[in-house]
Write a protein that binds this ligand. Structure first.
Ligand code: TXA
Ligand code: MG
Length: 304
């Protein structure tokens, strides 16, 4: 069973484990990650085994200093520079062309790679002390709800990993915004706490504009229709007045959206823990953080 460790001694244990080729639970400001040293393919492979995730789904590389992006990238566009200058450390992942030495296990065999600099001091300390970036998908089984506390990670993966570094509950609560910076017009592949409005504004300083999202399959592999899904069936409503009074629990996701995002996955996990078969959800409006919350709720509500 995985042990939860914390503080300086916990950080040292986690760094030693990464150095010896283990995968560990690592806090970030978005969700907890399942981390491995990017220099160690055997360790990277363990991520896929533990998560039960197809190896063709690429991983996000987490760095601790912006300069480390240069080692991973073949080229960095002005738009990418502008985005990371303003948003890092923070919940933004950029897709860039990968340098040839980047492991195929990180890129999923593509010529691009996803990189972010998390705004969590524990994650940064681990990466610095290890002396190498780590790859980290969310520390849950493939398709399930992401973890936002160390205990969530133990609940999901406790039998398959040894250590989880406790960094408290994640401040943002939903996964990072992913922006593909390799196309002529940058594109948001996954919504997150860095809003489309903020991204539009930043890239407009480079005379760029976001690609208008075409519906259909996302170009981010692994972005399935059903994802972030609890066992409880969710019924989504645009207005409180539409919710039937049938005694089923109601999640109000239309209030303070920062708070809604922060607590969303814990609430979804709570429904499963209480064996609730059906729950109603009052949706947030589109716009700002509402895009990301709506995206997670729609995916969480999609039947198998
Ligand atoms: O907030 C986050 O981003 C969290 C924390 C742990 O940092 N990580 C996370 O990782 O959500 P993961 O693996 O669960 O989601 C990464 C997404 C996947 O959907 C993957 O397809 C996409 O990023 N991705 C990674 N590399 C890509 C690439 N080269 N091209 C397109 N999409 C990519
Ligand atoms: Mg995930």
């Amino acid at each position: 069973m995985a042990r939860i460790v914390s503080g300086d001694s916990g950080t040292r244990e986690v760094v030693a484990a990464l150095r010896s080729g283990q995968v560990v639970g690592l806090p970030t400001e978005t969700v907890y990650g399942l981390a491995a040293d990017i220099r160690n393919d055997a360790a990277l492979l363990k991520i896929f085994t533990v998560k039960r995730r197809p190896v063709t789904h690429p991983l996000i590389i987490h760095i601790a200093r912006p300069e480390e992006l240069e080692d991973i990238a073949l080229e960095i566009s002005p738009v990418c520079h502008a985005l990371v200058d303003i948003c890092w450390p923070g919940p933004l992942t950029v897709i860039i062309r990968a340098a040839p030495h980047v492991s195929r296990l990180c890129t999923g065999g593509r010529d691009t790679v996803a990189v972010r600099l998390p705004a969590h001091s524990s994650a940064q300390n681990v990466i610095r002390q290890l002396g190498s970036p780590v790859a980290a998908p969310s520390a849950n089984r493939f398709g399930d709800v992401s973890p936002t506390t160390a205990l969530h990670v133990v609940d999901d993966l406790g039998d398959d990993i040894n250590l989880v570094l406790d960094g408290g509950s994640c401040e943002v609560g939903i996964e990072s915004t992913i922006v593909d910076c390799t196309t002529a017009k940058p594109e948001i592949l996954r919504h997150g706490a860095i809003t489309p409005e903020a991204i539009e504004q930043i890239i407009s300083t480079c005379d760029a504009a976001l690609a208008t999202r075409v519906s259909g399959t996302s170009r981010a592999p692994g972005m399935l229709d059903r994802h972030y899904a609890p066992k409880t069936q969710l019924v989504l409503h645009e207005r409180e007045a539409k919710v039937p009074q049938d005694g089923a629990p109601v999640l109000h996701c239309d209030g303070d959206l920062v708070e809604v995002a922060r607590t969303l996955y814990d609430q979804l996990r709570g429904l499963d823990a209480r064996n609730i078969s059906l729950a109603h959800v009052v949706m947030p409006p589109s716009g700002g953080l509402g895009f990301a919350i709506r995206d997670r709720l729609i995916k969480a509500a999609t039947g198998l």
